[in-house]
Design a protein around this ligand. Structure first.
Ligand SMILES: *[C@@H]1O[C@H](CO)[C@@H](O)[C@H](O)[C@H]1NC(C)=O
Ligand SMILES: *[C@@H]1O[C@H](CO)[C@@H](O)[C@H](O)[C@H]1NC(C)=O
Ligand SMILES: *[C@@H]1O[C@H](CO)[C@@H](O)[C@H](O)[C@H]1NC(C)=O
Ligand SMILES: *[C@@H]1O[C@H](CO)[C@@H](O)[C@H](O)[C@H]1NC(C)=O
Ligand SMILES: *[C@@H]1O[C@H](CO)[C@@H](O)[C@H](O)[C@H]1NC(C)=O
Length: 458
């Protein structure tokens, strides 16, 4: 009993003694941010390896700007003086084991960025964001949310960026809308939404109708089988790692502001003509690891850019790791304008049609894996190291094939005339011996004719 009291007294004392300022704690480091590139005034407080940090009730310095509480194995987030500040702007609670956040835990009226990723949250209760209403960025990736109705975004009218990756939210979004006007959803001010790996297989027609200002959309690593109506305000779109089998001109017609497009690891077989022709702002395009992609249309970027690339804004293009065998020579002009072009890891057929790509200004770092797949003698040769005399569409090759065909046809003719001959003469009751005589006699007269047809093309 006594011992208990002593322990409690000691604990109370130690909490109080460490008490006042978080910067005096053994687990925390405080320093000023004086980097000139950021308009940041205030202290950065970093604490690690202290699971009972919030229970210690330590207070923040008066002008705290950033509080980093990641990697402390925190489970519950309850109110503590460490979560009360008028100046704190960034709070990192990522990579803990947080299961529960008390609705009144945060008293941070100027907080702009909150990172809660890599935790074990299933619910965000109503009221949680009531005293952090200036929030602009919220990261909830890698938690255990499985219905978006359990995340109450209520009141976050300044929120512009949200990350919800790798939560099993897809099924609950099939009929619902993240931009729900009844109050729980995101406001129409959202500019950046990341919903990668949420197990989403369809995007219903009205999903983005209330997203008036969406500029960045990451919807990669889902099970989408087709494209959908993209908000026309987009500047960045990542559709990678989905089961999309086809892209077409119509998909991207409205996206006049789109600057960056990622179409990696899809099931598309071809990039059709005019697919990207209406993307007049597109500067970066990735089409990597498309294991079925065999055709890239010469007019993928439209017809005009083939002669006059004045309107061709693309700066970087990656076609890495696909199954292309050739590229149309007409792409020489627009591709010549690119700052970076990655053609590595394709199944290039090094014949006369591919010779032109040696003229492209490709960065030497991107040479190594541009290799011939066919013809066989050139297999695995580096395209940019190969003498241009090897890029042939050989006549020898073709005449050889013609010759073989003619020989086969002649041989068949010979066989069939023999068959006809046998058919005509056998029923006439010749003796076996006679037949043999006739056969041997005729064969000498017939054979040379056929031999000469075989030899002719030689
Ligand atoms: C800026 O920070 C560095 C350490 O990060 C420190 O050495 C330096 O003295 C600081 N400069 C000013 C003017 O506070
Ligand atoms: C933390 O400190 C504040 C102010 O001193 C006090 O009101 C609050 O009860 C304390 N909380 C805990 C858990 O000790
Ligand atoms: C927060 O602290 C952890 C180490 O405890 C560090 O790995 C991480 O980079 C820090 N985060 C930021 C944004 O500084
Ligand atoms: C892709 O999503 C699945 C869940 O659907 C997840 O397990 C996996 O880690 C994600 N991959 C990446 C690279 O994030
Ligand atoms: C690729 O292009 C060739 C020639 O235009 C065409 O014959 C072939 O069907 C195309 N393949 C695919 C998968 O689109």
């Amino acid at each position: 009993m006594r011992f208990h009291h002593v322990v409690i007294a000691f604990m109370a004392y130690s909490f109080k003694a460490e008490g006042s300022l978080i910067c005096e704690s053994d687990f925390c480091v405080c320093h000023h941010n004086n980097k000139s590139d950021r308009e940041v005034f205030g202290e950065i407080v970093e604490c690690s390896y202290d699971p009972i940090l919030l229970k210690r009730n330590l207070s923040l310095p008066e002008t705290a700007y950033t509080l980093n509480l990641s990697r402390n194995s925190l489970v519950d987030v309850e109110f503590s003086l460490a979560l009360k500040s008028d100046t704190l702007t960034e709070l990192f609670l990522n990579s803990n084991k947080i299961k529960n956040i008390s609705p009144n835990a945060f008293r941070l009226p100027n907080l702009k960025r909150l990172d809660l990723s890599d935790n074990q949250l299933e619910v965000i209760r109503e009221g949680t964001f009531d005293r952090i209403q200036k929030l602009e960025y919220l990261n909830l990736a890698n938690n255990r949310f499985n219905t978006f109705e359990k995340i109450t975004f209520h009141h976050l009218s300044y929120l512009v960026e949200i990350v919800l990756d790798n939560n099993d939210l897809g099924p609950s979004l099939e009929n619902n809308n993240l931009f729900d006007r009844s109050g729980y959803g995101l406001t129409h001010k959202i500019q950046s939404l990341s919903i990668s790996g949420i197990n989403l297989d369809t995007v219903h027609e009205n999903f983005f109708v209330d997203a008036f200002d969406l500029r960045r959309l990451t919807i990669s690593n889902n099970s989408l089988i087709s494209t959908f109506v993209f908000p026309f305000t987009l500047e960045y779109l990542d559709l990678s790692d989905n089961l999309i089998t086809e892209i077409s001109e119509e998909d991207f017609t409205e996206l006049l502001a789109l600057k960056e497009l990622k179409l990696n690891n899809l099931l598309i077989k071809d990039v059709p003509g005019f697919a990207f022709a209406s993307l007049h702002s597109l500067a970066h395009l990735e089409l990597e690891r498309n294991q079925f992609l065999v055709n890239f249309s010469a007019t993928a970027f439209g017809q005009e850019v083939l002669d006059d690339p004045v309107d061709f804004m693309l700066e970087t293009l990656s076609l890495k790791g696909s199954r292309l065998t050739s590229l149309d020579k007409r792409l020489e002009v627009p591709f010549g304008q690119l700052i970076r072009l990655d053609l590595q890891g394709n199944f290039w057929n090094c014949d006369c049609n591919l010779k032109w790509i040696q003229k492209l200004q490709i960065h030497p770092d991107l040479y190594d894996h541009i290799r011939c797949y066919t013809p066989k003698p050139l297999y695995n040769s580096r395209v940019f190291e190969l003498d241009e005399k090897y890029f042939t569409c050989t006549k020898v090759h073709r005449s050889h094939r013609v010759m073989v065909t003619i020989s086969i046809i002649s041989f068949c003719l010979l066989l069939s005339s023999l068959a006809v001959w046998v058919y005509m003469f056998l029923p006439r009751n010749h003796t076996r011996c006679d037949f043999a005589n006739v056969y041997s006699g005729a064969s000498y007269t017939v054979l040379p004719v056929h031999v000469s047809t075989v030899r002719d093309p030689l």
